[in-house]
Design a protein around this ligand. Structure first.
Ligand code: ATP
Ligand code: MP5
Length: 293
């Protein structure tokens, strides 16, 4: 596995897509508490200076303590939302989050197969921070089938194990090894995330199918407000990539922003469980960009 250093600055300069503002679609579930799902995606896209759009796969009744219920509207209506969008609007990137059921995953897969070529970031959402399931077990295979169409997949440590049908990795080295095998098997870039491992430093890495690894690290923020970090990372990544077409720089820039957002989530005083991050921390001017490790 070849390691190269992460870029030290986020991609800068004017965006490379045809619109001056990247047009980014999130296909994901609704979290009415605003910390995860579509609501987090739209805030992350806006925080990365993108134009956010949303096609909703599922409705959840949830707060910062847990998910009380999930309602999945007819998948045919999701297909209608997606087709109606792509008849009119050029998309610069798509982020896919909660898929809920195999039927929903199949609708998204079929749409991607007939949609114009567009960068796709797939966050294989399976279980919420609270421990509640957001993807039916029988739908795990359907999510696997979407990997071949994605440009980047962003599993957390337990999701990586499910995608490979292996035990959960307990060291960063084992996570990188699993990520490399998943990348090679599906010809997809894998963002390995260290949020679930212990330690004062949280590493993430972009692992490509050829075995190249670009790692980016941040100091662990000691906070309960980690609700929606995976959603926020994947939509921020899609938006920064749409702007500048460099996955490693997009990951490094997104992680710097997310660290600041994590550090100020508790200032928002939202809920008594795992609260949200402060997506707009930089617009508020509450925090400077953290130094890279
Ligand atoms: N305490 C923390 N301090 C700094 N960065 C963190 C922390 N927790 C998570 N991250 C970062 O947040 C992103 C999501 O990581 P994580 O491994 O928690 O994914 P996830 O489990 O999909 O997220 P979620 O909590 O939304 O389910 C990664 O970039 C990770 O490095
Ligand atoms: C609609 C929706 N999508 C995704 C998540 C995962 O986020 P987290 O793991 O941080 O709870 C969630 N809780 N709700």
């Amino acid at each position: 596995m070849a390691h190269r250093p992460a870029p030290t600055t986020a991609a800068e300069g004017p965006p490379s897509c045809a619109s001056p503002v990247p047009r980014v679609l999130a296909v994901a579930g609704s979290d009415p508490s605003g910390g995860a799902g579509i609501q987090a995606d739209l805030k992350s896209i806006a925080a990365a200076d993108g134009y956010g759009m949303a096609a909703i796969t599922a409705l959840t009744a949830q707060n910062t303590r847990g998910v009380a219920a999930v309602h999945v509207p007819p998948p045919a209506f999701l297909a209608r939302q997606l087709d109606t969008l792509s008849e009119d609007i050029t998309l610069d990137a798509v982020k896919i989050g909660m898929l809920a059921t195999a039927d929903v995953a199949a609708v998204v897969g079929a749409w991607l197969a007939r949609a114009a070529s567009v960068p796709v970031v797939l966050d294989p959402v399976m279980v919420a921070t609270s421990g509640d399931r957001l993807l039916a077990r029988e739908a795990e295979r359907a999510v696997l089938s979407l990997l071949d169409r994605a440009d980047v997949v962003t599993p957390n440590v337990p999701e990586l194990a499910v995608l490979l049908d292996e035990p959960v990795a307990t060291t960063w080295g084992a996570v990188l090894d699993q990520a490399a095998r998943l990348a090679a098997r599906h010809g997809v870039r894998v963002v390995a995330k260290g949020g679930h491992l212990p330690g004062d430093v949280v590493p993430d890495a972009l692992v490509d199918p050829g075995g190249d690894v670009v790692e980016t690290r941040a100091r662990r923020v000691r906070t309960r407000n980690t609700h929606g970090t995976g959603c926020s990372l994947s939509s921020g990544l899609a938006t920064r990539y749409a702007g500048h077409r460099d996955w490693a720089a997009a990951l490094a820039g997104t992680k710097r922003w997310l660290s600041a957002a994590l550090a100020h989530g508790e200032d928002l005083r939202v809920g008594g469980g795992h609260g949200p991050v402060d997506h707009h921390v930089w617009q508020r001017g509450t925090a400077a960009a953290p130094a890279s490790l």
